[in-house]
Ligand binder design. Structure first.
Ligand code: PMP
Length: 454
């Protein structure tokens, strides 16, 4: 901690100044969740690196907790944003897609009218994720909220089901966990809007029987889940679990919503494409617009045709779905630029070997020191545990060791490596290098040695 303070005089001064008019000295509560006396203020970020206010360069394995999984400061996205906002010349159009080549300047940020980028984007989303119809949102939180509303409207059922210790954004119904058999508000969720037992059924991950029992009440509209838990550390589905989830949800007439905001790390089509999942709704936010706030959700033809009928009715007024800035032209341009220049097969071909090498480096280091730790990889995301791999969210939550997390994170940060603050996760962009991986392995091993000093 002393080393951190001595390395960051300028960030320290900025943190003091920020305390004057910003709540807790930050624009958003999670920004207090870093190790060290105060957050590091950043000055510039590019690719897999950023430079802080004290001029120190870091390898960024957090990547804005997935918002910048494409790498920071993408030229394609910046160009598209500038073109859309200012210049009125679009450079992002694929040359073989002549039908959409514009012969006139298009500019403007928000009009509440559609722009043609949305057509290209929806087509690309279908090609990647398989679902035929798409809508937009500002954040993954928003997208999940909208999907829950639609699912209740379609099924006429009041409740939603989620996985114990899931995270899907600041969505009231999902901030719920199991306490024994009871559904209670998630510890640490501030000012719950209502008792989540009224709205939510919670089931442990990797437990098909519990899911079957929860859905058999006949009051659940949808199951919202990640195909692998990523927000309580990586917990992978056991063999056959996702197939069983689909069978059980279908049997009970429950819509399956797959949230791939983080599990896009599995490949260009997320786990949905990689594992052949068949969701009724599909959600992804964060990296989809290269760091710009935007999210998308897709649906099957069957869901879409019911929703089109429902939304066309004169009785549907504000609907509770959407927002004035949702689907704005800047967001559409950013998604188009992102999907046409990143998160492609060739990008994953760069990211995956890096994640595997990071995983191997971590495993070798703790194994050589006789520690019963574990490291888990899902595509270009990897994470270590201080214990054998947990099977579900409750085991994962119980396995946490905040003091040890903090030690490992601060040890790394003081040596120019940023990990994701909430757990011991590293994410890879196409801009990371094997030298970055080796540096992490070296620092990780040194952290272990410092802990194991008799
Ligand atoms: N879904 C998942 C799986 C997430 O991990 C998160 C954020 N960690 C969200 C949704 C919400 O994203 P946002 O905070 O950008 O709304």
């Amino acid at each position: 901690r002393d080393l951190f303070v001595s390395l960051h005089p300028r960030s320290g001064a900025l943190a003091s100044a920020a305390g004057q008019h910003l709540l807790s000295g930050v624009p958003m509560p999670w920004m207090t969740r870093w190790p060290g006396a105060h957050p590091v203020f950043f000055e510039q970020a590019e690719g897999a690196r950023f430079v802080d206010a004290d001029g120190i360069e870091y390898v960024d394995f957090c990547l804005g907790d997935t918002g910048a999984m494409t790498g920071h400061g993408l030229v394609g996205v910046a160009d598209a944003l500038r073109d859309r906002a200012v210049r009125g010349i679009t450079t992002m159009l694929p040359s073989d897609d002549a039908i959409w080549v514009r012969d006139r300047a298009v500019r403007g940020i928000t009009t509440m009218l559609p722009s043609d980028d949305a057509i290209w984007v929806a087509g690309e989303l279908t090609a990647r994720f398989g679902l035929p119809k798409w809508q937009f949102a500002m954040t993954a939180t928003d997208a999940n909220r909208f999907v829950l509303r639609f699912a209740r409207a379609l099924t006429g059922r009041p409740k939603v089901a989620v996985i114990d210790w899931c995270y899907h954004g600041t969505v009231d119904e999902t901030l719920a966990v199991l306490e024994g058999d009871r559904v209670v508000s998630r510890p640490g969720a501030v000012g719950p809007a209502f008792d989540p037992a009224l709205t939510t059924r919670v089931v442990p991950f990797n437990d098909v029987e519990a899911l079957d029992a929860a859905l058999s009440h006949g009051d659940v509209a949808c199951l919202l889940m990640e195909p692998a838990l990523t927000n309580i550390g990586i917990v992978l589905p056991e063999a056959g679990y996702m197939e069983a989830v689909r069978e059980v949800t279908r049997r009970h007439g429950v819509l399956l919503v797959i949230d791939e905001t983080h599990t896009i790390c599995a490949g260009p089509g997320g786990c949905t494409a990689a594992w052949g999942l068949e969701p009724d709704f599909f959600v992804i936010g964060k990296p989809i617009a290269g760091g710009m706030p935007a999210a998308v959700y897709g649906m099957t033809s069957e869901v879409a045709s019911h929703l089109e009928t429902l939304m066309a009715g004169h009785s549907v007024d504000v609907s509770g779905v959407g927002g004035t800035l949702t689907g704005n032209a800047l967001a559409m341009a950013a998604i188009r630029a992102t999907l046409s220049t990143t998160l492609r097969e060739e990008d994953f071909a760069r990211m995956l070997p890096l994640a595997t090498a990071w995983t191997d480096g971590v495993r070798d280091a703790y194994t050589a020191r006789g520690l019963p730790w574990h490291v888990q990889q899902l595509g270009c995301r990897a994470e270590y545990w201080f214990c054998p791999p947990p099977r579900n969210g409750a085991d994962a939550a119980a396995a946490g060791d905040p003091e040890l997390d903090s030690y490992m994170h601060l040890f790394a940060l003081n040596r120019g490596i940023l990990l994701t603050p909430f757990h011991n996760m590293a994410l890879f962009s196409p801009f990371h290098t094997m030298a970055d991986v080796d540096r992490h392995t070296e620092v990780f091993a040194a952290a272990l040695d410092s802990l194991l000093v008799p």
